[in-house]
Design a protein around this ligand. Structure first.
Ligand SMILES: Cc1cc2nc3c(=O)[nH]c(=O)nc-3n(C[C@H](O)[C@H](O)[C@H](O)COP(=O)(O)O)c2cc1C
Length: 283
């Protein structure tokens, strides 16, 4: 749980940008605002009950029409974790085959794979012999993906409240079919993202990553104009964070530029085909 003052928490979250002065503080809000992704872990396995606590929190998230269309696979086996790290590699053009593996994925004691899981409901509906057109449509995919994310984020909040750290892994979609095969996913299911979880290594602590000021993302009544100078203000906060974290100077705009390149997808451009082969219609 955070021990920093409220001012420290807001300074970390927004840097030098304008900050709200009317937050309704409590322990839960403090913990949420103190969030940071963790990529360096102690080798200890998860404490007894941690997984079950996370899953109870995940199952307590709202779920569209109570359809419960997600599952989570907890991978602790070292060989499987290494394989997952390999499948999540960021392979840039011109790099040797197998480059870009993030070793920290394999070093986390547990990797959770968050699965959009329509297989149970498909099976339950099939047993009744009713038509199942919903699975042919994009909304079915989106609904399941949203529910999976809500569940996962509840698990993150629970994990952080018991002293664990996490990082989401969208890179589990880089080679989505191979990840599905590795863990034996049934049809009508797909790993939407993964998550490393473990006890943070205090020797390799990191800083809270600032976000744009609230007046950039909070619109009242209707979509408002972006405030003048918002990007420059965020760039200052972003640079302060990178400097304090010993990272090379890079602008957020550069990061956005990189995130829209073809290379950034790292195999995810095949996702529609994989989804359709696994039974998602996406019409
Ligand atoms: C759905 C999702 C997928 C992500 N995938 C990755 C990933 O593949 N690798 C990674 O290092 N971080 C990943 N992240 C972590 C983000 O980079 C991180 O949340 C963001 O930079 C903000 O940092 P913070 O979580 O420390 O506030 C992902 C986050 C989300 C929500």
């Amino acid at each position: 749980m955070p021990t920093a003052s409220h001012d420290d928490l807001l300074n970390a979250r927004y840097g030098s940008q304008v900050k709200p002065d009317n937050i309704i503080w409590n322990a839960q809000v403090e913990q949420l605002i103190a969030h940071k992704s963790v990529r360096a872990f102690l080798p200890d396995p998860l404490p007894d009950g941690a997984l079950e606590t996370m899953v109870a929190a995940a199952q307590s998230a709202s779920t569209s029409s109570n359809l419960n269309q997600w599952s989570v696979i907890a991978v602790s086996d070292a060989t499987t974790r290494e394989r997952l790290a390999y499948l999540a590699r960021e392979q840039r053009p011109g790099q040797p085959e197998g480059a870009g593996v993030n070793e920290w994925i394999a070093q986390a004691p547990t990797v959770l794979l968050w699965v959009l899981d329509g297989s149970r409901n498909h099976e339950t509906a099939s047993a009744q012999g009713v038509p199942r057109e919903v699975f042919d449509y994009l909304d079915s995919f989106l609904m399941g993906a949203v529910d999976t994310a809500l569940a996962a984020q509840n698990a993150v909040v629970a994990a952080e409240s018991i002293g664990l750290g996490v990082t989401y892994l969208g890179s589990m979609r880089n080679r989505a079919e191979e990840v599905a095969e590795l863990v034996g996913l049934p049809r009508h299911s797909i790993v939407v993202f993964g998550m490393v979880v473990g006890r943070p290594d205090p020797q390799r602590d990191t800083n809270v990553r600032p976000r744009p000021a609230q007046n950039v993302v909070l619109h009242r009544e209707r979509y408002n104009e972006r405030p003048d100078g918002w990007l420059a203000a965020y760039e200052r906060a972003y640079l302060e964070f990178r400097t304090a974290s010993g990272m090379r100077p890079k602008t957020w705009a550069d990061a956005i530029g990189g995130s829209v390149s073809y290379e950034y997808m790292d195999g995810r451009q095949n996702l529609r085909r994989t989804l359709q082969e696994r039974g998602f219609g996406l019409q």
